[in-house]
Design a protein around this ligand. Structure first.
Ligand code: 3PG
Length: 392
């Protein structure tokens, strides 16, 4: 794909889609990772003398104006990080926006209001896409986190303007893309999270590519049950038992080493102060539920990671929101940090977990995309990427 380095941006009005969908509490940004991740592109554009129009979604306002989802706090934080003024307009399209764009000088930055306040955004309404395009001479997509959405500001606009990738988009596609296309071996994937349902496509696709597949967390207990063990009150998706069985058979047939927990931490209820103990996988008490992988499993997974040259991790190994049941997830984060492999953390919960453990800057790459990185791992094409211009 073409990037901002392949085009001349000086003096041009550049509509730059970013993913500033940051977590907020009481109007305060609690994690500005995604804003910081877009800075290289924004800085480059301003330094090259572009007139930068930034657009992002925040949350899911569903085509209505929701006061708490305005981008004012984002504009403020962005200005602090850029150390320069950021003009912010409380509209997404229309006359006021046009006036503010017309007033931009080379190197100026304007942030539009939350694009999802527009009913046409998620519908990829051609009129809205055209209105966005009319504001600018060039479209830059740096919103990897929203690249799996075919919306007016991610895909539609690209039909009307030259469309290139920003640096974050480029980095995400190159790191995760290259790892999946031409993996260094041994290639290990660690898959966690609550539900089999959410990871079916990922497991299916990765079984074609990996040497080792380590499964932990909520979804693993359906596999454990399919192995023939009793899992007490642990998470179970009855309707996915057959699928879990078929995944295990497929792994065997393909020579993929599929590893499941060999011990777990169980609790008498889903609470941070529950009564808890560590048991072997064949001894889960009928009235207890698994909350985390146990120490033997942590060691087993660590051994596999140590002998790998590429490791992709997506999904926590337990209920990491409760510190007592975060050991498995933290251990995986630490093992990735200690490894000499190329280590890639998919976005969403695992990114949050490694951030919480303070280790995010010590792995090779933490994706800023949750759904987007999952869809890449599923082998799907991302509409926001497909819409960009190819290099000649
Ligand atoms: C994300 O947080 O994964 C992206 O910003 C996309 O948000 P969405 O799932 O609401 O489209």
């Amino acid at each position: 794909k073409k990037t901002i380095r392949d085009v001349d941006v000086r003096g041009k009005r550049v509509f730059c889609r970013v993913d500033f969908n940051v977590p907020m509490e009481d109007g305060r940004i609690t994690d500005d990772t995604r804003i910081r991740a877009a800075l290289p592109t924004i800085r480059y554009l301003t330094e090259q003398g572009a007139k930068v129009i930034l657009a992002s979604h925040l949350g899911r306002p569903k085509g209505r104006v929701v006061e708490e989802l305005r981008l004012a706090p984002v504009a403020k934080r962005l200005a602090e990080l850029l150390e320069k003024p950021v003009d912010y307009v409380e509209e997404t399209v229309g006359e006021e926006v046009e006036r503010r764009v017309a007033a931009l000088n080379e190197g100026d930055v304007l942030l539009l209001e939350n694009v999802r306040f527009e009913p046409g955004e998620e519908k990829n309404d051609p009129e809205l896409a055209r209105a966005f395009a009319n504001l600018a001479d060039l479209f830059v997509n740096d919103a990897f986190g929203a690249a799996h959405r075919a919306h007016a500001s991610t895909a539609g606009i690209a039909e009307h303007l030259p469309a290139v990738a920003g640096f974050l988009m480029q980095k995400e596609l190159e790191t995760l893309g290259r790892a999946l296309e031409a993996p260094e071996r041994p290639f290990t994937a660690i898959i966690g999270g609550a539900k089999v349902r959410d990871k079916i496509g990922v497991i299916e696709n990765l079984l074609e590519k990996v040497d080792n597949l380590l499964i932990g967390g909520g979804l693993s207990y359906t596999f454990v049950k399919a192995q023939g063990y009793e899992i007490g009150k642990s998470l179970l998706e009855e309707d996915k038992l057959e699928l879990a069985r078929s995944f295990m058979e497929k792994a065997k047939a393909k020579g993929v080493r599929l590893l499941l927990p060999v011990d777990v931490v169980v609790a008498d209820r889903f609470a941070p102060d529950a009564r808890a103990e560590t048991v072997a996988i064949d001894s889960i008490p009928a009235d207890m539920e698994a909350m985390d992988i146990g120490p033997k499993t942590r060691e087993l997974f660590a051994e596999v990671v140590k002998s790998s040259r590429l490791v992709i991790w997506n999904g926590p190994m337990g209920v990491f929101e409760f510190d007592r049941f975060a050991h498995g997830t933290n251990a995986v984060a630490q093992v990735l940090v200690d490894s000499e492999a190329l280590t890639i953390v998919g976005g969403g919960d695992s990114a949050a977990a490694i951030e919480k453990a303070g280790l995010a800057d010590r792995v090779s790459h933490v994706s800023t995309g949750g759904g987007a990185s999952l869809e890449m791992m599923e082998g799907k094409a991302l509409p926001g990427v497909v819409a960009l211009d190819d290099r000649e």
